[in-house]
Design a protein around this ligand. Structure first.
Ligand code: G4P
Length: 543
């Protein structure tokens, strides 16, 4: 029997669903592990170190899955977290811990459209940056999607135990390059490379950290008042206090409304490796990040979290288990209570969908999910009919807007090596496209035998060719094309664009007209010469 709206509302209030966006090597895996340590899911950190073993270039899809392990297969880590001070709450009271869902953005070399799609399933993002490197390209790209979707962002400056920039340099860089105003919740005591603790700007207190052997355990904290802190840390404390005052003078104090509006970003300094600042991050998530909220459907009507069950599929993954070629669809629950076994409706086909095999997946671990609530991520096994963006619901009908496709930057033509395999090739192409593995572009000049594949990351091509072979026994030839940039155009502009050198116009399967350019200089030149042409940047087409 389904729970009452009150139960759902209570479950929603204690949930936080977020993703970490970062550039490879900023410390996302280490931070994930540190969070799991703080949530007491594991008792020692250290398992993710030595990721050399995870790196591999292999062409077989299953091998690729195995070799890349956690970075490809993991999807959502759920854990309970009890904010400090509440842990000893009277067990007889109705106190319940928070439930945190960390949805993994596949990162590393395998940056792909899936990385973006994950951001449609979260309510907040943690932008993790390396103190020495500052903002890096992948972080920037992912941040743009957060901005576009109005996802509030908490900024974490990691590796503060290593020499790097000053807090004010990092703050300026973020403000100038992405127009997001950092509002540090804490400032570090001790320069980068000499991380002693954090000045809590809101209480004025000092959180002093102690190292543990190899950073394997939660770092012990000592809470000191300003006087004790000054005595303990001298100049390092004074410098932190001055920085904090300067930030206040510049108006860079936390403001919840501005944060939720995506204008400011609470900032924290951490060392994921030493487990410094990790508790502070968790508390910020619980205190500041928004709980799951209702979502607008295609008609602009909001499905409230307490309404009957509805969910959006945000990712589909095939071939994760080599013993049987299964296909998992991951849904984010939007409303109501999910109970394994319930028969829901697939809005795109109006057909019933049985949810007998519902799983939580993290790394290679899978466990059965019996109940879940808004904000949670559930993997559905053998969900062949489901594609990213699809809606599942129970009760009153609802259909959420499609996720859309993200701006591709890699282009290649694909053809079946043997003409006799053309039929299978077509079928495979349709299948992979409907799963959202890659975007497919066509035009009259090139015909249908060798469509152009468009991807956010080159690994998407690897996946296509590997699956063509493994599942459809079609050997293919992939030929990279010399384009690196796409703009959305229209019927009026396309004849002129087609006449230009280094430009080609295509129709994507969703009907969008895309003009491809060899490079940004070509685009700039054409924009200058023909200012009347429609050339719109793409982020997520359907928004
Ligand atoms: P990623 O998932 O974002 O790609 O990064 P990952 O956690 O794998 O971390 C990348 C490297 O940075 C690792 O070093 C990791 O130990 C290190 N690292 C992560 N957080 C911190 C931190 O707070 N301080 C310091 N000093 N280093 C950090 P590696 O050399 O690639 O691996 P390993 O030798 O540590 O195994």
């Amino acid at each position: 029997m389904s729970s009452s709206p009150d139960t759902v509302a209570r479950e929603v209030r204690r949930r936080r669903t977020f993703a970490i966006i970062s550039h490879p090597d900023a410390g996302k895996s280490t931070m994930t592990e540190a969070l799991a340590l703080h949530a007491r899911m594991i008792s020692e950190a250290g398992a993710v170190h030595g990721k050399a073993g995870r790196k591999a270039t292999v062409s077989d899809w299953m091998e690729m899955e195995k070799a890349r392990g956690i970075s490809v297969s993991s999807t959502a880590l759920q854990f309970n977290y009890t904010p400090t001070g509440l842990a000893n709450e009277d067990p007889g009271s109705d106190f319940e811990p928070n439930v945190i869902n960390l949805v993994d953005t596949p990162g590393h070399a395998d940056f792909s459209e899936d990385t973006y799609r994950v951001l449609t399933a979260v309510d907040a993002a943690v932008m993790l940056i390396d103190a020495a490197k500052g903002l890096e390209p992948q972080t920037l790209k992912l941040f743009q999607v957060c901005r576009h979707r109005g996802i509030p962002v908490i900024t974490v400056v990691n590796k503060w135990d290593r020499p790097g920039q000053t807090p004010l340099e990092l703050i300026d860089e973020i403000a100038e390059r992405i127009g997001l105003t950092p509002t540090p919740l804490y400032v570090p005591v001790g320069i980068a490379g000499d991380f002693r603790g954090l000045l809590d700007r809101r209480s004025g207190k000092y959180v002093k950290f102690s190292r543990t052997a190899g950073g394997a355990k939660i770092a012990p904290e000592e809470l000191l008042d300003a006087e004790q802190a000054a005595a303990a840390e001298g100049d390092a404390w004074t410098a932190a206090v001055e920085e904090s005052e300067l930030l206040s003078e510049m108006g860079q104090d936390h403001d919840q409304e501005l944060f939720l509006a995506g204008e400011t970003s609470p900032m924290i300094f951490t060392s994921a490796m030493l487990n410094f600042g990790v508790r502070q991050l968790l508390e910020a998530l619980v205190e500041l990040a928004p709980p799951p909220a209702g979502r607008e459907d295609v008609d602009g009507k909001v499905r409230e979290v307490t309404d009957p069950f509805a969910a959006v599929v945000f990712k589909v993954q095939a071939g994760m288990d080599s013993s049987h070629r299964d296909r998992l669809a991951y849904m984010r629950i939007v409303s109501g209570e999910f109970e394994r076994g319930m028969v829901v409706t697939h809005a795109q086909t109006d057909r019933p969908f049985a949810t007998k095999y519902a799983q939580a997946v993290f790394g290679r671990d899978r466990s059965t999910v019996d109940t879940a609530y808004p904000g949670d991520v559930v993997g559905l096994v053998n969900a062949t009919a489901l594609a990213p963006g699809d809606t599942l619901y129970d009760g009153p009908r609802v259909e959420f807007p499609p996720i859309g496709s993200f701006a591709p930057e890699h282009f290649a033509t694909l053809r079946a090596r043997s003409a006799g395999k053309y039929k299978q090739f077509r079928k495979a192409m349709d299948q992979l496209e409907s799963e959202g593995v890659v975007q497919v572009l066509r035009n009259d000049t090139r015909g249908d035998a060798s469509p152009v594949l468009a991807a956010v990351g080159p690994m998407q091509f690897e996946v296509v060719t590997a699956r063509m072979l493994a599942e459809f026994t079609v050997e293919t030839d992939l030929e990279p094309l010399g384009y690196s940039l796409a703009r959305r155009t229209d019927d009026d502009s396309s004849p002129e664009l087609d006449r230009q050198r280094g430009v080609e116009v295509f129709t994507r399967t969703d009907g969008a007209l895309l003009a491809l350019f060899s490079d940004k200089w070509r685009l700039q030149y054409i924009e200058k010469e023909h200012p009347d042409l429609t050339l719109e940047p793409l982020v997520a087409a359907a928004d």
